[in-house]
Design a protein around this ligand. Structure first.
Ligand code: HEM
Length: 562
């Protein structure tokens, strides 16, 4: 391994990004202040849209079959993006009818770029099996200086194609293709319960669970995948959580009078910087602070890598049980297979992507599940009865803090249906990351997607289409999964983890984690919503990097004493 520290090797990168002449500040200070107001943003967006439209009008190549793709309501969609409405609102207003009816829609984004969205099981199969026709778009290749792209990184396991992707996946695979020990998840569930019970008024006013679940899943990911205890449940000011939230967390504040939620966008999701990406090139004021927050978060990630590298240098052991971080560091300095090496930047970018994908998604699912169990006491009771039978409270007396094993959680079919139903109704990724048509693609049903067109698979739409899920597609009804006769039923209809070779590497990790945590919570508590909860007629979402249940407070009632 090389001697110098990784942090040192990246020294200066961020300074270069944030440096440069700032003489143009005055020129766009006014523009920026206009964009802080909703009206200013809308005016500027309309102007840009029209300019883009006029410039592109002549250059749009429209093969036969492209025109017949139905158009969604792009105007409303753009308006909703600018005014910060949620994905679900945008979906209902802008694209739902075409997607549910035809499974395809054409939307114009700002600057008039045409995007195609697809949403049938057949299209899902095509996109996810023909990855040569629909390679992923790599965001950082376009604007490496934008806060969003700096955060997501250049090339990593999620954002790569072909041989590069295979190289990354080969490094990560051994860390995930093993049987997970439930002990880590049970430990986190214990910490979660202790935190709930140490929260004042947890039995009356309730506990905000989304943030707590993010801490739980981060700690589980840290211990199981990075071999590091972030201890973020115990420490409310944990440095990793604070730095991560500073960049990715959307806020929702309950209005004391109306009990409605007011939303604030996360730093990396602010629409003005998608409208005018160049503003990220020379950030100042509050934006400069946000870039610095990302620098700080980066430095924490590099410190984690450096510490492990030092440990490895001192021990020099090799083990079949190497965790992901160790595997990636070893791949970074692999002298024997230079062609398979990860660069230092790729190592950082993978750490970042695992950090995000490995905890925020599962936290979203757990928070939605608790919210829906609180809203549906009959489902909660049924799931609890199954858990108590499987984990021994009913059939045999087991200690209060008995920790479920892999064998225990395999005997929870109904809880499994609850988890699947939540992932159907509220998939943490509503649309898969963007693909690009590698050539003119004839969909064989009268539609053609021109080469270079951005393409999205809209999972949310497939999951909510009555054609595949019946008239109660929008209802919470876990029993629907009991009726499926095999695991392969609904292979291309239920896609929270995607499918095919680019499907989620952490799906088993997440499902086991969810089963252990939920069974522990069901065993120890009954859950309900406060009477003035804004979620009483369905879950509302905040606007972070992932949309999370906003200000979701749950009242916990302890079932029995130790
Ligand atoms: C409820 C939890 C989760 C959901 C809903 C979810 C969803 C997804 C989806 C839809 C994809 C496909 C993305 C695409 O097509 O571009 C994906 C890929 C991925 N996920 Fe997850 N994920 C979850 C948990 C996890 C966990 C726990 C980890 C890691 C510990 C993880 C790591 C990844 C990685 C690295 C990829 C890229 C795989 C590749 O392209 O080879 N995910 N995930």
């Amino acid at each position: 391994m090389q001697g110098s520290s990784i942090s040192a090797s990246i020294k200066g990168t961020n300074a270069a990004l944030l440096g440069g002449s700032v003489n143009i500040r005055e020129m766009y200070r006014r523009l920026l202040s206009q964009m802080r107001s909703k009206t200013g943003r809308v005016g500027i967006a309309i102007t840009l849209f029209l300019i883009g439209f006029l410039l592109k009008r002549k250059s749009i190549r429209e093969p036969k079959g492209f025109k017949s793709i139905p158009s969604g309501n792009s105007g409303v969609d753009i308006w909703y993006i600018i005014t910060g409405r949620s994905f679900r609102e945008r979906y209902e207003a802008g694209m739902k009818s075409s997607l549910e009816d035809k499974g395809i829609v054409k939307m114009r984004s700002l600057f008039s770029t045409v995007i195609v969205q697809l949403a049938t099981p057949e299209y899902a199969k095509l996109i996810l099996t023909r990855i040569d026709l629909f390679p992923k778009s790599i965001p950082a290749q376009v604007r490496p200086y934008s806060l969003f792209n700096r955060f997501m990184g250049g090339v990593n396991l999620v954002f790569s194609n072909g041989d590069v992707w295979r190289r990354h996946r080969k490094v990560a695979n051994p860390a995930f293709h093993k049987s997970w020990d439930t002990k880590v998840f049970a430990l986190m569930a214990d910490r979660f319960c202790a935190k709930v019970e140490s929260t004042p008024d947890y039995r009356t006013a309730g506990v905000e669970v989304d943030d707590l679940f993010k801490r739980l899943t981060l700690d589980a990911l840290g211990l199981a995948v990075f071999g590091y205890d972030f201890e973020s449940i115990a420490d409310p000011d944990g440095k990793y959580v604070v730095a991560y939230n500073g960049i990715t967390k959307g806020m929702a504040v309950v209005d004391e009078n109306t009990r409605k939620l007011n939303y604030l966008n996360a730093a990396i999701m602010k629409p003005q910087y998608f409208l005018f990406p160049f503003l990220d090139k020379y950030p100042f004021g509050s934006r400069l602070k946000e870039h610095r927050q990302l620098n700080h978060f980066d430095s924490l990630i590099y410190r984690l890598i450096d510490e492990r590298r030092e440990q490895l240098q001192n021990s020099n052991t090799s083990s079949e049980q190497d965790d992901l971080l160790t595997l990636m560091i070893k791949a970074c300095f692999d002298e024997e297979n230079p062609g398979q090496r990860l660069s230092v930047q790729e190592l950082r970018d993978n750490m970042m992507i695992f950090f995000v994908a490995g905890h925020d998604t599962t936290a979203h699912a757990l928070a939605c599940t608790l919210g829906m169990l609180a809203l549906h006491p009959e489902v909660q009771d049924k799931a609890r009865l199954e858990v108590l039978t499987a984990l021994g409270e009913i059939s045999e007396e087991r200690p209060w803090d008995y920790q479920p094993t892999i064998k225990d959680i395999q005997t929870l079919p109904y809880l499994n249906c609850v988890i699947k139903e939540i992932l159907r109704l509220y998939p943490p990724l509503t649309m898969l990351p963007m693909r690009v048509a590698a050539k003119d693609i004839d969909l064989q049903d009268g539609y053609v997607i021109p080469e270079g067109t951005p393409v999205f698979l809209n999972i949310y739409s497939i999951h909510h289409n009555k054609r595949y899920w019946g008239d109660n597609a929008d209802s919470f009804w876990p029993e629907r999964f009991l009726q499926d006769d095999s695991n392969n039923a609904r292979f291309w209809e239920w896609l929270p983890f995607s499918n095919g070779s680019r499907s989620c590497i952490g799906s088993q990790f997440s499902l086991i984690e969810q089963r252990v945590v939920l069974s522990t919570l069901l065993k120890r508590f009954e859950f309900s919503l406060p009477s003035d909860s804004p979620h009483r007629d369905g879950i509302k979402f905040s606007r972070g990097f992932f949309e999370h249940p906003a200000e979701l407070k749950i009242i916990f009632k302890r079932r029995r004493t130790a």
